[in-house]
Design a protein around this ligand. Structure first.
Ligand code: 3PG
Length: 252
């Protein structure tokens, strides 16, 4: 079993700072004011890599070979969406089989899903939008939430409730790079995980922004490759994703 506390401690031990491709910028000089509020999911994502694959598992037979392909590529933070009948079973089964992975439940929308997700063993959750009650329920259950936001108003509300690491969703449909750049100054303490409509080339552009901690997406799991069981292609696309550079770094 991976020593999560060790991983978290190693990140906590060092100051998390923003840097942009080795150059000192106004943003890189700025320390995160709310580092103490950042959840373990953020620390894992910073420690482990720049891309979070979003997995829609319709068939349990796909779960293990798909996770193996992603793991072989070095992607170790996975989001399994709660959009299919076997999603909870997939979370539970992958948690047992691959303790080195850090597995979250995506598309969390209802309060009633929280305890089921915790029972399945999910280590974090991702919601497409921001719901203060859902956030509070996750806190009560000790479940780290990466909440989705799509506007300045939603982000203000999320910040007010202590969420400084958010998913920008659906990123490409709502302004993507330009929106995150526009948020950088008024929301200086917020880190983003843009998700929705992103491919490898767009991911590269997002990851050049100093307030983007990671990028989420399903581009490395094409539906045709999944249906055909083309794990080699998925592994290659995942390796390409894992190799992406990011401006945001945790300096230890
Ligand atoms: C989702 O929750 O569906 C994610 O945003 C994935 O989006 P994508 O399939 O467009 O990458």
């Amino acid at each position: 079993m991976v020593n999560q506390s060790k991983t978290i401690d190693s990140v906590q031990a060092g100051a998390i700072a923003l840097s942009a491709q080795g150059k000192t910028t106004e943003a890189s000089a700025r320390s995160l004011k709310r580092e103490q509020d950042l959840p373990a999911v953020f620390k894992h994502m910073v420690a482990r890599g720049p891309v979070v694959p979003v997995m829609v598992i319709k068939d349990m037979d796909q779960a293990i070979p798909l996770a193996e392909a992603l793991l072989e590529a070095g992607l170790t933070v996975l989001e399994i969406t709660l959009r299919t009948a076997c999603a909870l079973d997939a979370i539970s089964s992958l948690r047992k089989r691959f303790p080195e992975l850090f597995i979250g439940a995506g598309t969390l929308r209802q309060i009633s899903q929280v305890s089921a997700v915790v029972d399945a063993g999910a280590q974090f959750a991702v919601s497409p939008g921001y719901d203060p009650e859902l956030g509070e329920t996750c806190r009560k259950h000790g479940l780290d939430l990466l909440p989705g936001i799509a506007s300045a108003s939603e982000l203000m509300q999320a910040n007010r409730d202590g969420f400084y690491f958010v998913k920008l969703f659906p990123a490409e449909a709502i302004g993507g790079i330009r929106l995150i750049q526009s948020f950088a100054s008024p929301f200086a303490e917020t880190m983003f995980c843009p998700t929705g409509g992103i491919d490898v080339s767009k991911a590269r552009d997002y990851l050049a922004l100093s307030n983007v901690a990671c990028v989420g997406g399903s581009w490395m799991i094409p539906a045709t490759a999944l249906a055909a069981g083309d794990w080699l292609l998925i592994r290659d696309l995942a390796s390409q994703a894992q190799a992406l550079e990011r401006a945001f770094t945790a300096q230890r």
